[in-house]
Write a protein that binds this ligand. Structure first.
Ligand code: PGA
Length: 251
């Protein structure tokens, strides 16, 4: 059985005080959520304080990106995966579509970041997903396959066991337009099939594949009812403790 993951991506929101307040408000609301792993991803500047304040709780903290570089060096503006681990992160989101669209993330750079995270001992949440134009052109599956192969290239089955995949159709992110449960299931099933082809059945069977894109308290249950949807990566609805806790407690 795959343990579901509900992850909140706070993007570039919240000053430190508000980040701490939201995290502390969330803590009791999800304290009994033993059915899933609960993760929040605040901005870099809030990670250490939030992680410290959540110590001993069932909430885990994630970075939103990391450097392709593992070692210290002259890379102004970059943060290594090891630095994320150092301040209490157990996960890092890699290749979110906003990074692909606006910050020149490629499958190749994503692959280097995934490897850097694995070297550092934190779990990558690797994001993939097609644009609306690609879906309309009938290319959704081939786009996702290319991102999957590129970002996860060269990884061993043991590496793959530490990875979480997030399928986030770009047309559903921040638009209020969620993929239907059927659309999500179709793509998640496809992704699992591709992982089975590349890394074998046992890796595919244990791989957690999250859906992302306008997930809300109102639609989480029907998404989670799909056999290949193992959780959610939530943006807007993760910013408030109340709505995020309702998503976590979807059962
Ligand atoms: P959304 O964002 O839930 O606001 O659509 C999801 C994401 O970008 O991870």
């Amino acid at each position: 059985m795959r343990k579901p993951v509900i992850a909140g991506n706070w993007k570039m929101y919240k000053l430190l005080d508000e980040a701490v307040q939201t995290a502390l408000a969330l803590k009791p609301l999800v304290a009994n959520a033993n059915h899933c792993d609960v993760i929040i991803a605040p901005v870099f500047t809030a990670l250490k304080t939030v992680a410290d304040r959540l110590e001993g709780s069932n909430l885990r903290v994630s970075g939103q990106d990391c450097s392709t570089q593992s070692d210290f060096g002259a890379h102004t503006g970059e943060v290594t995966a090891g630095m994320l681990k150092d301040v209490g992160c157990q996960y890092v989101i890699i290749a979110h579509s906003e990074r692909r669209q606006f910050y020149a993330e490629t499958d190749e750079s994503a692959n280097r970041k995934v490897r850097a995270a694995l070297v550092a001992g934190i779990r990558p949440i690797y994001c993939i997903g097609e644009l609306l134009s690609e879906r309309e052109a009938g290319r959704a599956e081939s786009v996702v396959e290319t991102q999957l192969n590129g970002g996860l290239q060269g990884l061993t089955p043991a590496d793959m066991e530490r990875i979480i995949i997030a399928y986030e159709p770009v047309w559903a992110i921040g638009t209020g337009k969620t993929a239907t449960p059927e659309q999500a299931q179709e793509m998640h099933g496809y992704i699992r099939h591709k992982v089975e082809e590349s890394h074998g059945k046992s890796v595919a069977d244990s791989m957690r594949i999250l859906y992302g894109g306008s997930v809300k308290p109102e639609n989480i249950a029907e998404l989670m009812a799909q056999p290949d949807v193992d959780g959610a990566l939530v943006g807007g609805a993760s910013l408030e403790a109340d709505s995020f806790s309702k998503i976590v407690n979807y059962k």
